[in-house]
Design a binder for this molecule. Structure first.
Ligand SMILES: C[S@@+](CC[C@H](N)C(=O)[O-])C[C@H]1O[C@@H](n2cnc3c(N)ncnc32)[C@H](O)[C@@H]1O
Length: 273
């Protein structure tokens, strides 16, 4: 059995923003909409390079951006340094573990965008994260959790795959030619963990070549498992979507849960899809 890796982008953080550059802005739109309703400050857990935190701070919110990875935080800090002072002072990078964190303040909105929660592969960490979120929410606060569900074909094709090229891109600032490739290293179907390797081949303008790689272990969920988990910790599900545009959940779609803490463990409410 393969050991689960920590998903900290130690060698590939500098390339993360290239991966997400084609992402439609719709997840940001959903967080903006919820921010409008809930007000700030916002806590983003597993905030990475600030893909979401920076625009939220630019739109006027105070944002705490917590991430465990020194490499990802370094990218965020670099980007933050280039922001106008009025935005910078609203954006607070925090070194921390989403499975165990504490703040003196409480937040009306806590978010874990873009599958960050799936980096937790151990059951105790997973439950601990949800308990910490619950105790850090302000009364009436909302928590948004975004996960992917593997497509059936992908989930059952358990063994390692060959490396496949995902995209090739010429970075305009540096002229580097970057080829991103990935391969499945295996699936632990018992613990529901996908093991993947992501590789960036970088060729500089003067012909130097480098290979930057990280291995990732991501836990995948069935919708019912998430619903049961959230309810067992004491969250009430307000809405669940199959995407940021609020489409219904279907096999292989994203799963976006919007939940609120309740006083006691809530009865599981089955949502219509
Ligand atoms: C896929 S990135 C998402 C980044 C960002 N939220 C976004 O939407 O672009 C996942 C992030 O989770 C962070 N991470 C992994 N394990 C973590 C943990 N235990 N606590 C906090 N952050 C963690 C990684 O460092 C990485 O920045």
């Amino acid at each position: 059995m393969q050991c689960a890796m920590e998903n900290l982008f130690a060698h590939t953080a500098d390339y993360y923003d290239l991966d997400t550059r084609f992402m439609p802005g719709t997840d940001l739109d959903l967080y903006r909409e919820l921010l409008e309703i809930q007000g700030d400050p916002v806590l983003e857990l597993a905030s990475g390079t600030g893909r979401i935190s920076i625009p939220l701070a630019e739109s006027g919110a105070s944002v705490w951006a917590l991430d465990k990875s020194p490499a990802m935080r370094a990218v965020l800090k670099r980007k933050r340094a280039g922001l106008p002072w009025r935005v910078r002072r609203r954006l607070h990078p925090v070194a921390g573990d989403m499975a165990r964190f504490s703040f003196l303040r409480r937040f009306p909105l806590i978010i874990i965008p873009f599958r960050g929660f799936q980096a937790l592969t151990d059951r105790r960490q997973i439950e601990s994260c949800l308990h910490h979120v619950k105790r850090t929410l302000a009364p009436g606060g909302l928590f948004v959790l975004d996960l992917f569900a593997p497509r059936v074909g992908a989930a059952v094709s358990e063994s390692a795959t060959d490396e496949r090229i995902d995209w090739v891109y010429e970075r305009p600032e540096t002229g580097e030619l970057i080829t991103r490739a990935s391969r499945r290293r295996g699936i632990d179907t018992e613990r529901r963990i996908l093991h993947t390797e992501v590789v960036y081949y970088v060729e500089t303008v003067d012909g130097k070549r480098a290979r930057r790689a990280d291995e990732f272990s991501l836990r995948y969920y069935h919708r019912w498992e998430v619903e049961t988990l959230l309810c067992s910790v004491g969250f009430e599900i307000i809405a669940e979507y199959g995407g940021y545009d609020k489409r219904p959940i279907h096999a292989g779609s994203d799963m976006v849960f919007v939940v609120r803490a309740t006083q006691k463990p809530s009865a599981l409410r089955i949502m219509d899809s």
